[in-house]
Design a binder for this molecule. Structure first.
Ligand code: NAD
Length: 483
């Protein structure tokens, strides 16, 4: 397997990626990346210092001076090549997602294929970097807008979908002529390093994408507040997102925040029961519940509640927890002690306050069995806080109005879903739900390259996607010509 360890770092160390080559940390520091299945060592990676971050930003700034002049044709060609190379190396990318991130094969395949499609779609963005001609109040004045790439952008990514986020945001920034410094999660830096290496092979010039593996809490502020960083796109927890937002506000810096969720799924009595059960299972248990758009709150109309719970729990208790490379496996390990502790605390807290454990709550090594809680009340942490594990609460509701009101009873607003055969209720839900995304008769988990992906409230602001990222990574300039 090829890693980013070419150069003089030796076979057991992946380097910081600056100027299209791996380099050691300025202080020689090393970060151990663990395989979450058993916390054994997966890879060692150079741990970036603030000096390394500065070096990466300066490299991206230098690259921007020439990269911004590349033609549409050149950028399009490199992005298409990058997508082709990702397809060529797709098994290797899946392997990293499995061993570094604890992804089951099905999730790793989904993520790798989605990432390829995002990079391919970004090639189409290149020719969408358009302005407008405008009317003018003044005679003989030509008025128009043009777009300019913004400059160096910081892309900060979470552990759960590291390739999807790196691929989409780096490729979309590169499509506009901007350059990137990528800070991946300390738990999953290797797949981003491999992705950067693929971009270099696709022809992206030295410095256009630099990757600084390390601990965000040590080097994140230096990246976010660096004067040469013009935009920050952050995906991660709400608490870190709010901190970054403050830093960016102090510098008048553009920021987009893709944060956590406590996404609701509503199931009305007229829904197709089989589809609803399947959607509700897929909606939470993919990647063992470590998905920002996972539906961890299910509201079911009372008349079908007992039947739904019986069917749901029956299947949930048998979900595959076998070999990660077996396509039947859904549940893999939870990434870290911190995340495991939170999941355990949420389950224990709920049970101690009277919730019924319909199934789950059992750990096998670092894996938590699918856990279904009933009789959950607002005093329980699991009710309103993001658990980020395979834990779901099911609530009975009397009516559509109650379902909508409960669904909106959260500070988050990322994704939502409803299963119903009633078009009026479906549309009333789509309009009434306070979230950035809503799906009718399909799970809350969904993403496509060109859609506006993102949330409101504590789930962040700004959107991702080819169209939205044109706004994020470019500045619109008004130009007039007086003849
Ligand atoms: P996290 O907030 O712990 O870390 C995210 C990233 O921020 C990491 O790269 C980390 O190194 C970096 N970081 C930490 N401190 C920083 C600082 N001071 N400055 C700059 N960067 C810093 O989140 P996580 O545990 O990796 O990911 C899980 C969270 O991400 C969940 O809340 C989940 O809902 C959210 N998420 C959101 C989306 C979305 O699109 N809305 C997608 C995936 C994950």
């Amino acid at each position: 397997m090829a890693f980013c360890n070419t150069g003089n770092l030796g076979p057991n160390l992946d380097g910081i990626w600056i100027d299209n080559k791996p380099t050691a940390a300025s202080d020689g520091g090393v970060l151990a990346v663990l395989n979450p299945l058993d916390d054994s060592l997966y890879r060692n990676v150079a741990e970036s210092t603030v000096d390394d971050v500065n070096r990466a930003v300066e490299s991206a700034h230098k690259a921007f001076q020439t990269y911004k002049h590349t033609t549409t044709k050149e950028r399009e060609k490199m992005l298409c090549k990058a997508a082709d190379l990702m397809e060529q190396y797709i098994d290797e990318l899946k392997d990293i997602l499995i061993d570094e991130g604890g992804s089951a094969y099905r999730k790793a395949s989904f993520e790798a294929e989605k990432a390829v499609s995002f990079v391919r779609a970004s090639a189409g963005m290149v020719r969408q970097m358009t302005g407008k001609t405008l009317p003018s109040d003044y005679p003989d004045k030509i008025s128009m807008t043009i777009r300019a790439p913004r400059g160096v952008v910081a892309v900060i990514t979470p552990f759960n979908v590291p390739l999807i986020k790196a691929a989409r945001l780096c490729a979309n920034a590169l499509a506009t002529g901007s350059t990137v410094v990528l800070l991946p999660s300390e738990h999953t830096p290797i797949v981003s390093l491999r992705f950067a290496e693929i971009l270099a092979e696709a022809g992206f010039p030295s410095g256009t994408v630099n990757v600084v593996p390390g601990n965000g809490y040590k080097i994140g502020d230096a990246l976010t507040t660096h004067k040469l960083i013009k935009t920050v796109t952050f995906t991660g927890s709400t608490v870190v997102g709010k901190h970054i937002q403050k830093l960016c506000a102090e510098q008048n810096k553009h920021v987009t925040l893709e944060l956590g969720g406590k996404n609701p799924l509503v199931i009305m009595a007229d829904a197709n029961m089989k589809d609803a059960v399947q959607g509700a299972l897929r909606g939470i248990f993919m990647h063992q519940g470590q998905a920002c758009i996972g539906s961890s709150r299910i509201y079911v109309e009372k008349t079908i509640y007992p039947k739904f719970v019986e069917m749901y729990v029956g299947i949930a208790s048998k979900i595959g927890m076998g070999d990660l490379r077996d396509p039947e496996t859904i549940i893999g390990p939870i990434i870290s002690d911190r995340q495991r502790d939170r999941i355990k605390q949420h389950i224990e807290d709920a049970v101690s306050k009277g919730a019924e454990l319909a199934t789950g709550g059992v750990w096998t090594g670092n894996r938590c069995a699918p856990t279904v809680l009933l009789n959950v009340t607002k005093e329980m942490d699991v009710c309103q806080q993001e658990t980020f594990g395979p834990v779901v609460s099911i609530y009975p509701v009397d009516s559509f109005d109650e379902a909508l009101s409960c669904a909106n009873d959260t500070e988050y607003g990322l994704s939502a879903a409803i299963y119903t055969a009633n078009l009026n209720n479906a549309m009333a839900f789509a309009k009434g739900i306070e979230s950035g995304m809503v799906h009718i008769n399909s799970p809350s988990i969904s993403d496509e390259a060109h859609v506006p992906f993102g949330g409101i409230g504590d789930s962040g602001f700004g959107r991702e996607g080819t169209e939205a990222d044109l706004e994020t990574f470019t500045d619109l300039k008004w130009v007039t010509i007086q003849s």
